[in-house]
Write a protein that binds this ligand. Structure first.
Ligand SMILES: Nc1ncnc2c1ncn2[C@@H]1O[C@H](COP(=O)(O)OP(=O)(O)O)[C@@H](O)[C@H]1O
Ligand SMILES: [Mg+2]
Length: 167
């Protein structure tokens, strides 16, 4: 059984994240989507909300025989990976700007735990410019994010930000 952890903020999950998870399902038997508890970031959604949104959104994608679950963790990712008996960490790469940071993290993580491999997946072209940060910003300013996040995420942002979604 091959198990991967897909860690991130997922504040909120976007179609870019879901595309990575869907494609990852062909590579692994189990994927744990793990929301990072980071006291230094000021998120829109709480860790619990982000997990529940993820669970709902995962219902809408094809996962085949792969078991996808949602969890959260704080502290060192490699410690969590060992606890979870994970074989790999999955990260998405959208552009060169992601690459430098991700390379640094992957090399540090390899030093901490050489048995856990970091696997990079290239973003789908259609979502290569999509980030949770930009989605929130555009939505908050009244722009449409239709097609970039699942509809249920739009609904949750509308509840949170107190406005109805745009077409
Ligand atoms: N549109 C996207 N396409 C592919 N990968 C993405 C996309 N958006 C984010 N990712 C990747 O998903 C992972 C989690 O992203 P994110 O939720 O922003 O958490 P983090 O705070 O770790 O960056 C990261 O590896 C990020 O590069
Ligand atoms: Mg990010």
């Amino acid at each position: 059984m091959r198990r991967a952890i897909y860690p991130g903020s997922f504040d909120p999950v976007t179609n870019g994240h879901l595309d990575i998870i869907g494609r990852c399902c062909h590579l692994f038997d189990e994927i744990v989507v793990a929301v990072v508890v980071n006291p230094e970031k000021k998120p829109l959604f709480t860790v619990e909300e982000r997990q529940s949104i993820l669970r709902d959104a995962l219902g809408g994608i094809e996962t085949g025989t792969c078991r996808v679950s949602v969890d959260s963790f704080g502290g060192l990712l490699m410690k969590y990976a060992v606890e979870q008996k994970a074989d790999a960490i999955v990260r998405g790469i959208r552009a060169i700007s992601d690459y430098e940071y991700e390379l640094q993290m992957a090399l540090m993580n390899r030093r901490l735990e050489p048995r856990v491999e970091t696997v990079f997946m290239m973003s789908a072209e259609a979502y290569s410019y999509v980030s949770s940060r930009l989605v929130k910003e555009v939505y908050q300013l009244g722009g449409s994010v239709r097609g970039l996040v699942p509809e249920l995420v739009e609904a949750r942002m509308s509840e949170k930000l107190g406005r109805t979604s745009h077409q």
